[in-house]
Write a protein that binds this ligand. Structure first.
Ligand SMILES: Cc1cc2nc3c(=O)[nH]c(=O)nc-3n(C[C@H](O)[C@H](O)[C@H](O)COP(=O)(O)OP(=O)(O)OC[C@H]3O[C@@H](n4cnc5c(N)ncnc54)[C@H](O)[C@@H]3O)c2cc1C
Length: 308
């Protein structure tokens, strides 16, 4: 059931973009799990985004920003309020700070992260190669401080443009941010609109070769083609969650249609019609097993959102 106040907001003519009521989140998450959002809105421009945020604030309606849905476990009851997708915010441009050696790229939050890597490679901009194979949007990668092979998004970031729930826009330089492992620690209630990355110039074919080599390593170690949300648990200090799960005998454990991947134990895969309930139960079971085996309590890396 969609709250009538939400419909009224979108009937005011303040919004440009697509609106979908009762939209199943399973159609938008890489895990293919998740009940419906009351409404999913795809603003075409920052003004439409701002108007919706202001109206939602007035009516006390919750807002959730969705990226590519590749790090999300959405509960079976779906998401209350307004889910926003910034897929229309997808421009990539060279900024004026670029020169012979250095390239500074501006990218919108809705740019596919893989698309940014491709753009950089084609234009001879190096620095993102280690991220090859990370799915989702650029905004999600910044929010999660995504990383791979020792490189994190924060390492290449220059500044981030944010919008708060009042629709006010601000620019935050990297030195004012407090990135930690898989966390941007952005101020509460802020949406990433875009960010700049600082790269070096190099030959496109050399960059392409490095990307290929990184991707090859990933393909051999992770179930990239199967529905998952990447790593389920954070790596504890000095160890990896995958190794701990594997050594506790967790590979192949299954509840309903969710299975601990036999390729990489920190990936849980949807084998068919998995539910969030199955997924959370399996997480608990695996956690308990690791706790008993090694004394370490694993903490989730995936974001669990929505209502039961
Ligand atoms: C096969 C596979 C491989 C993966 N490999 C890696 C890997 O190597 N390294 C790694 O770090 N991750 C990896 N991941 C996890 C995931 O892809 C990354 O965390 C990714 O950066 C998330 O981006 P997203 O757009 O999908 O975010 P989502 O999953 O949509 O959202 C994640 C969080 O970011 C917030 N968010 C998204 N966009 C914005 C925005 N514009 N403003 C504010 N908040 C926002 C959401 O509210 C949510 O809390 C992998 C996932 C899969 C499925």
């Amino acid at each position: 059931m969609v709250d009538n106040r939400i419909k009224t907001i979108f009937e005011k003519g303040l919004f440009r973009g697509e609106i979908r009521y009762d939209e199943p989140m399973s159609a938008h998450t890489s895990l293919r799990i998740g009940g419906p959002a009351e409404v999913m809105a795809f603003p075409e421009d920052p003004v439409s985004l701002k108007n919706i945020l202001i109206e939602a604030q007035k009516e006390n309606i919750p807002v959730f920003v969705f990226g590519g849905g590749t790090n999300l476990l959405v509960r079976d009851g779906g998401i209350e309020g307004i889910v926003i997708s910034l897929r229309a915010f997808r421009s990539i441009e060279f900024t004026r700070e670029s020169d012979e050696q250095k390239a500074v790229l501006y990218a919108g939050a809705g740019v596919l992260f893989a698309g940014l890597l491709k753009f950089a490679q084609k234009n001879g901009c190096s620095g993102l190669e280690a991220f090859a194979g990370i799915p989702g949007y650029f905004g999600g990668a910044v929010y999660m401080n995504a990383g791979s092979f020792g490189l994190e998004v924060k390492d290449v970031l220059g500044s981030v443009a944010l919008m708060n729930m009042k629709g006010e826009i601000s620019l935050l330089r990297k030195d004012k941010m407090k990135f930690t492992y898989r966390n941007s620690n952005l101020p509460e209630g802020h949406i990433i609109l875009s960010a700049n990355v600082e790269l070096k110039k190099d030959a496109p074919d050399v960059i392409s070769e490095r990307m290929r080599a990184y991707l090859e390593k990933k393909k051999n170690a992770q179930p990239l083609g199967e529905p998952s949300a990447g790593c389920v648990f954070r790596n504890p200090e000095g160890d990896t969650a995958g190794r701990l799960i594997d050594s506790s005998g967790g590979k192949g454990m299954r509840i309903g249609d969710v299975e601990v991947s036999v390729v990489h134990a920190n990936y849980f895969v949807n084998m068919g019609k998995a539910t969030c309930k199955n997924f959370v139960e399996l997480m608990e079971m695996v956690r308990e097993r690791v706790r008993q085996h090694s004394g370490i309590t694993l903490e989730p890396e995936i974001k669990i959102v929505g209502r039961e």
